[in-house]
Design a protein around this ligand. Structure first.
Ligand SMILES: CC(C)(COP(=O)(O)OP(=O)(O)OC[C@H]1O[C@@H](n2cnc3c(N)ncnc32)[C@H](O)[C@@H]1OP(=O)(O)O)[C@@H](O)C(=O)NCCC(=O)NCCS
Length: 150
């Protein structure tokens, strides 16, 4: 894998990011129920979507959501999405994306990054733990609330 880099979304990459092929069973985990219920409260100005490029090839997508004034702590600096193309998984792209978002959160003055995920066979639990998130609670929808100290 060449050197990974982040890029802002363009008309072309939005489509490619939406069409990233995942592994069987993974699509069920990309939108936790907890997030679906609070999505309308997100401040669009705090949205931080980026694609991860490996040379000319789009291999991942990450979206952060920032809102220092959010009433819920887990919406202040949140990892909203991270997807890595099936063929590029297991090579550090996801870790790179999370680190980039953590750097951005730190730059904005936050001291922790949070994420919500559902437990399950093809889910991201082991990934989130491997990159440093600790389970700090459970949401009202029975999903895991993880936090990464920055
Ligand atoms: C979760 C996901 C983003 C991980 O991306 P990735 O590029 O394969 O992850 P990386 O290669 O950077 O792995 C980083 C660490 O996590 C570990 N890891 C990743 N997936 C794992 C799995 N399924 N089981 C166990 N460990 C896993 C890796 O072993 C690695 O650990 P190490 O550095 O200690 O060796 C990817 O599998 C994916 O896109 N899943 C579908 C979408 C999804 O569920 N997103 C999260 C919710 S939006």
């Amino acid at each position: 894998m060449a050197e990974l880099r982040l890029e802002e979304l363009t008309a072309q990459t939005i489509v490619a990011a939406r069409n990233l092929a995942l592994k069987p069973g993974q699509a069920a985990f990309i939108a936790p129920e907890t997030y679906v219920h609070v999505e309308q409260d997100l401040d669009p100005a705090g949205s931080w979507p980026r694609v991860v490029m490996d040379g000319d090839h789009l291999v991942g997508y990450v979206m952060g959501a920032f809102d220092a004034d959010a009433t819920e702590d887990f919406l202040k600096a949140a990892l909203w999405r991270v997807h890595v193309e099936a063929d590029a998984q297991g090579a550090g792209v996801g870790r790179f994306a999370v680190q980039a978002l953590a750097d951005e959160a730190r730059r904005r003055g936050f001291d922790r990054l949070t994420v919500v995920w559902a437990s399950g066979e093809a889910g991201p639990e082991e990934f989130f733990k491997a990159v440093g998130f600790e389970v700090v609670g459970e949401t009202p929808y029975g999903e895991n609330l993880g936090a990464l100290a920055l």
